[in-house]
Design a binder for this molecule. Structure first.
Ligand SMILES: Cc1cc2nc3c(=O)[nH]c(=O)nc-3n(C[C@H](O)[C@H](O)[C@H](O)COP(=O)(O)OP(=O)(O)OC[C@H]3O[C@@H](n4cnc5c(N)ncnc54)[C@H](O)[C@@H]3O)c2cc1C
Length: 412
């Protein structure tokens, strides 16, 4: 079962190796028995990618940070993004990419191209400088160029990753703001989504209401006189909304609303990810950056005409072009549009509508979200697909890392 219960499977066997030798043993055992293998991280994806009826290699026990250098970190595959950030923070370093999925494993997040919220900061996949993995023949390998661009967004199709090496940046404090904005202005090319170090916009399509959440360098300010009530937001002093209130309220809302009061300061990974992500399904599409404003207009019109209510705020982020051969931002500056549903919602018709609108505007689906793409769609959208498939032939000639979903995406 995935994180929120929307995807389920019944593997014949689940191995939870404690080290790389255990991964080798699990892979070889599955091969000897003629079974396929799907690597599993924290199960936060909502696509069918991690599902299998054969063997799950659950990587969640491969935890810990192996080494931190002046500008990289080597983490075991099953370490959560948050645990890597915490280990780095102790050494004054950080991962540049700020995702909303701190509890995803690093290898699982990289496999689907997990991105953050800054127009100039690449995804976690983009930060990868090295990897160790067990290929489909049970052999331990180190990823080397150019196959690193296949493994950066490997979909769990090329091997079980045991360790990843990621670039790091100097840790910093930022100040984070939330403000209501005019949607068209916020989404425009060169607007706040591109200007700020970290930025995301939440939208309520029917009303056009929009909230910009952004963060950048801490600015020294003159203290403002208190405007009645408790003093807050003076210099670096902040008041955050109580967690319980914020959780209850965020679970119900369909409109964008602030998470804190005033300006908050701190390490970006502690401020910006939603502390109370609501369980439910998601579909996310990566569009050419310049198509964003038109795509949001189209989505608003299509959902209104078909009477399909989006019951949670739509989130928009941007990111730079990526080199990963199957990364949804491959080769182009990208705007990401996320549509989420509540547990219990009938998400099928809504997600199909969202997909048909956004793929019509050049969108490519996030591999961790719901979509119905097949090999024919990939062939049209990913110019480097043949390179990826050639690496797959070499690393997994017998399709040990198979399964219905991967076969639909990549072919036999
Ligand atoms: C609350 C929440 C917030 C999110 N926020 C963001 C966000 O900000 N940005 C974004 O882009 N996405 C986001 N996502 C999506 C999420 O980051 C991805 O779905 C990610 O892949 C989940 O990682 P995981 O460890 O749960 O991997 P899983 O979902 O378990 O697996 C995902 C893929 O990784 C493969 N895999 C797992 N471990 C390994 C391994 N060791 N070796 C090889 N392959 C492996 C699996 O086979 C599968 O193909 C969010 C999801 C949730 C639920």
């Amino acid at each position: 079962m995935n994180w929120w219960g929307g995807q389920q499977c019944r593997p014949r066997r689940t191995d939870r190796p404690l080290d790389e030798a255990g991964v080798v043993a699990a892979v070889r055992r599955a091969a000897e028995r003629g079974l396929t293998v799907r690597p599993l991280g924290s199960g936060r994806s909502d696509s069918a990618l991690p599902l299998t009826n054969d063997v799950h290699v659950d990587c969640s026990a491969l935890t810990g940070v192996a080494a931190i250098t002046s500008d990289t970190v080597r983490a075991r595959a099953g370490a959560t993004v948050a645990s890597v950030q915490a280990a780095l923070a102790e050494r004054g370093r950080a991962l540049a990419t700020l995702t909303h999925a701190p509890l995803a494993t690093v290898a699982g997040a990289i496999a689907t191209g997990t991105h953050g919220c800054g127009g100039r900061i690449g995804s976690l996949s983009d930060q990868v400088v090295g990897m160790r993995f067990v290929d489909g023949t049970g052999r331990v390998r180190k990823a080397e160029d150019p196959e690193l661009d296949a493994l950066r967004t490997g979909l769990g199709a090329l091997g079980v990753v045991t360790e990843v090496e990621l670039r790091t940046v100097a840790a910093e404090e930022v100040e984070a703001h939330e403000e209501p904005v005019v949607a068209e202005e916020a989404l425009a090319v060169g607007g706040p989504l591109d200007a700020h170090r970290f930025a995301a916009v939440e939208l309520h399509l029917p009303s056009g209401e929009a909230l910009l959440r952004w963060a950048g360098p801490v600015v020294d300010r003159e203290p403002e006189p208190p405007a009645g009530g408790p003093v807050e937001a003076i210099g670096r002093v902040v008041t955050r909304l109580g967690h319980t209130a914020s959780a209850q309220w965020s679970a119900q809302r369909s409109r964008p609303a602030p998470r804190w009061e005033g300006v908050v300061t701190g390490p970006p990974h502690e401020l910006l990810p939603d502390p109370h992500p609501v369980k439910g399904g998601f579909t996310e599409w990566a569009l050419p950056r310049e198509a964003l404003a038109a795509a949001i207009r189209e989505l608003g019109a299509a959902t209104a005409t078909r009477d399909r209510e989006i019951r949670r705020p739509v989130e928009v982020r941007t990111g730079p072009a990526e080199t990963g051969w199957l990364h949804p931002a491959h080769g182009r500056a990208t705007a990401w549009i996320t549509v989420r549903t509540h547990r219990g919602d009938d998400h099928g018709p809504l997600f199909r509508l969202v997909g048909s609108v956004l793929e019509g505007m050049g969108g490519r689906p996030h591999w961790g979200g719901r979509h119905d793409w097949t090999a024919a769609d990939l062939a049209m959208a990913y110019p480097a697909l043949p390179d990826f498939l050639a690496v797959r032939d070499r690393l997994d000639p017998d399709r040990l890392f198979g399964g219905d979903h991967l076969e639909a995406l990549l072919g036999p």
